[in-house]
Structures are given as structure tokens and as C-alpha cells.
Design a binder for this molecule. Structure first.
Ligand SMILES: Cc1cc2nc3c(=O)[nH]c(=O)nc-3n(C[C@H](O)[C@H](O)[C@H](O)COP(=O)(O)OP(=O)(O)OC[C@H]3O[C@@H](n4cnc5c(N)ncnc54)[C@H](O)[C@@H]3O)c2cc1C
Length: 393
């Protein structure tokens, strides 16, 4: 086996890894990206849907990006509780918006742009170890799509390999080292062939539990409802699923249709104890996980990349290590704000299994404090549409 050489070895072709390689290339820095999955699987996995304004402003600059062609701008969301609907109007409150543009479409754009630029992007290549973090030549070891071992020697290695990161132990000492919280509920998610029931997302706190009505396209809708984390996705019939969704969104007569995909998504919060060790760093879900209620996961991954790109550009083109030395601390500020927002939206909107009447009435009081106050609505709008992206690493 001959070791190959690049400047930055990126593990993971998710939004974080692909965007980082694009930004590094703009600064003249070569990279190799390896991903254990094949291209088709990466481009078809349904995950995030909501992009913050800053994320869109970055992605729209990617050659051939279709974010404005396929994506839909949303200027607000509906908060539904106590049989009342309240619109949080982002545009009027803070003149910002979000875009509904599914993550797999973002990935198609990024992969096409990287391949067109001649990017060394390897599918089906699984990384098993990262060595030499404390040297100037860290190495990535793994097995390629043909079952052959490979080794890539780089000036820097980035773990953009998601929540089960193989790179994380090199940075933190173990896969689980960090701050962790598990929630006593999950989301039952469905994709349905149905017309849109609403133009914007509906976040509904009902006495039976939470429901989220989201969109994908004029003919396919994405919806979720709170369930027990151990629920078997096949345990409910289509009509039982529609009954739950209808009951939890009173006042909305949801358009029903065939449910062709269903999954149960468990809720976790996690922040790795370290984001960098020597010449190895973590970005995106490899560094943190948030519950999906605030739609922050992919956006936070992009925010990490903006910081890490600046730190790597200074390290690799100006031999200035100050940015990379400060990367963990700088990134953590937004990570913990996003953790808080995701936790807050989750706790405010979901029914806790052991909730007393006091807990339930207090929760409704909390929601009313938000919608009755312009300051409360503005905080939600600022956090949801995304704080400005920072490069001051
Ligand atoms: C159902 C659902 C809904 C969501 N909704 C939203 C939303 O509305 N808004 C939002 O912002 N976020 C949302 N998220 C979160 C968002 O999808 C993630 O935060 C985002 O994918 C993180 O990007 P990433 O690049 O860090 O990691 P990933 O997208 O997980 O990419 C990691 C890549 O690394 C590869 N990989 C893993 N291990 C290895 C290895 N050993 N060797 C080589 N390659 C490897 C994987 O194959 C993968 O392609 C949602 C997530 C889910 C599951």
C-alpha cells in the first residue's frame, strides 16, 4: 500500500465535508474527501429541510446551486397551542427568512460542483483510524470500495463523519467523551404523497403531544409527531398515523395521502469535549448533535465549517496557527447557543411523559409569554433564521 498525499484529508461527504472542501479549494488548498457510503445513498437520504438565511447565502454561491430554483422561502412559522394559531412573522420582526430546501438536494448540488471542479471525492471508502494527530503529517487509514486498504497523509485531517464519527476518538480520547442528554421521546416521521396542508411549518403543542407539519414539494409532505423512542415504525397503520396527526393539529384539516416512508428519530443532545487535537479537528454532527425541533443540525455544521475554513486557510497558507488554536473555543459559542435553542424549542413544545397539570399549564404559559411579547417573538425569529455566520476564529 502506498500512502497518498494531500493538504487536507476530509472524512465524510455530508454537507460539512463537501462545503469545507469547496471553501478550501477557493483558497487554493487541495483536499481529498472519503465517504463510506455510495453516491446514490448519500444523495437520496432524507434528513434536514430548513436552511437558515446565512446558510442559503453561502450555498447560493456554489456553481449550479438550485436553492432558489427548487427551494422555497419561508417568512414565518405557526406556533399552535391551546387551540390557537400564532404566526411568528420573521420578515416583519427581523427582516430575515429560512428556506425549505431538502438536505439531499444540497448534497446533489455540492457533489456535482465538487466533481466538476475535479475534486478527489471517494465513495465507498471507510475510514477506520486516524494517526499522528500530534505530528505535522496526520494520517487517515481505511478500506476502499474494492476492499483494499488505503492511507492518506495530510497536513491536516478533518472529521466531518457524522454522529458516529470514527475520527472523534482521536480528538477526544473516546467516542462518547463530552456532554450528553437523551430525551424521553422521539419523532415518528412520515413522507406522504399529499398536497400541501399549509404554506409554512406548523409547530403544534397539543394535549396528546407534539406534531410538526412540514412540506417537501407540491405533491410530497413531511410530517412528524412525538412518540415513545421504542415505537416500531411499522406498528401503526396509515389511518392510525393520520388520526394522530389530525388530532394533534386541531383547526387544520390536513390533506391526507399514501405514506411511503416512515422512521423513528430519537432525540439526543451532545457536544464533544474537544473539537481539535493537534492537527485533527471535528465539524458538524461529528462534534455535536441537537434534537431536530429547532432545525439547527445542518446549519450548525455549516457554521463550524465557516470557522474551520478560516482557521485552516491561515494555518496552511500563512503558517499562522492562532485560528486553529482558537477553533474549539470560537465554535463552542454558537454550538451552545444552538444547543440551548434546540433544547428550549423541544421542551416548550413536547409533552413530557411524567408531566403534571402544573407542568402542562406552565408550558402553555411559556408559549404565551413568547407569542404575547415582541421581544419573545424576536428571539425565536433570530435564533430560527440563524445568527450571523462568524469568521473571527
Ligand atoms: C430526520 C432528520 C431531520 C433533520 N432535520 C434538520 C433540519 O430541518 N435542519 C437542520 O439544520 N438539520 C436537520 N437535521 C440534522 C442534519 O441532517 C445533520 O445535522 C447534518 O446531516 C450534519 O451534517 P454533517 O456533514 O456533519 O454529517 P452527516 O450529514 O452525517 O455526514 C457524515 C458523512 O460521513 C460519512 N461517514 C461516517 N462514518 C464514516 C467513516 N468511518 N468513513 C468514511 N465516511 C464516513 C457518512 O456516510 C456521511 O455521508 C435532521 C436530521 C435528521 C436525521
Amino acid at each position: 500500500m502506498t500512502a497518498e498525499r494531500t493538504r487536507v484529508a476530509i472524512v465524510g461527504a455530508g454537507p460539512a465535508g463537501l462545503l469545507l472542501s469547496h471553501m478550501l479549494a477557493e483558497a487554493g488548498i487541495d483536499s481529498i474527501i472519503v465517504d463510506s457510503r455510495d453516491r446514490e445513498s448519500i444523495e437520496s437520504t432524507i434528513r434536514a429541510g430548513i436552511l437558515e438565511q446565512g446558510t442559503v447565502e453561502l450555498l447560493e454561491k456554489i456553481p449550479h446551486s438550485r436553492v432558489h430554483e427548487i427551494g422555497d422561502r419561508h417568512d414565518g412559522i405557526e406556533l399552535h397551542f391551546d387551540d390557537e394559531a400564532h404566526r411568528i412573522d420573521f420578515k416583519t420582526l427581523i427582516d430575515r427568512s429560512v428556506w425549505l430546501y431538502p438536505q439531499h438536494e444540497v448534497l446533489k448540488d455540492l457533489i456535482a460542483a465538487r466533481l466538476e471542479a475535479g475534486q478527489d471525492l471517494r465513495f465507498g471508502a471507510r475510514v477506520t483510524a486516524v494517526e499522528g494527530a500530534e505530528t505535522d503529517t496526520p494520517r487517515v487509514l481505511g478500506t476502499d470500495a474494492d476492499g483494499n486498504d488505503f492511507e492518506i497523509v495530510a497536513d491536516f485531517v478533518v472529521g466531518a463523519d457524522g454522529s458516529h464519527s470514527a475520527v472523534r476518538p482521536t480528538v477526544t480520547g473516546s467516542r462518547s467523551s463530552g456532554h450528553f442528554r437523551e430525551y424521553p421521546f422521539a419523532w415518528f416521521g412520515v413522507l406522504a404523497e399529499a398536497p400541501m396542508s399549509a404554506e409554512e411549518l406548523i409547530y403544534s403543542n397539543s394535549p396528546d403531544g407534539f406534531a410538526l407539519i412540514s412540506q417537501r414539494s407540491p405533491s410530497v409532505q413531511r410530517m412528524y409527531f412525538q412518540c415513545d423512542p421504542l415505537t416500531d415504525p411499522e406498528s401503526l397503520s396509515e389511518s392510525e398515523i393520520w388520526d394522530i396527526l389530525q388530532r394533534r393539529t386541531p383547526g387544520h384539516d390536513l390533506e391526507e395521502g399514501h405514506i411511503f416512508q416512515r422512521d423513528v428519530l430519537r432525540f439526543r443532545s451532545f457536544v464533544a469535549s474537544e473539537l481539535r487535537h493537534g492537527r485533527v479537528a471535528l465539524v458538524g454532527d461529528a462534534a455535536h448533535t441537537v434534537p431536530p425541533t429547532g432545525a439547527k443540525g445542518m446549519n450548525l455544521a455549516i457554521a463550524d465549517v465557516v470557522l474551520l475554513n478560516e482557521a485552516l486557510r491561515r494555518l496552511l497558507t500563512e503558517n499562522d496557527a492562532s485560528g486553529i488554536d482558537n477553533y474549539s473555543e470560537a465554535a463552542r459559542k454558537r454550538i451552545w447557543k444552538s444547543q440551548h435553542f434546540s433544547w428550549w424549542m423541544t421542551s416548550m413544545l413536547h409533552l413530557q411523559p411524567e408531566a403534571s397539570e402544573f407542568d402542562r399549564l406552565r408550558q402553555l404559559g411559556e408559549l404565551r409569554s413568547v407569542v404575547d411579547s415582541e421581544a419573545g417573538q424576536k428571539y425565536l425569529a433570530e435564533a430560527y433564521t440563524g445568527w450571523p455566520l462568524r469568521t473571527d476564529v
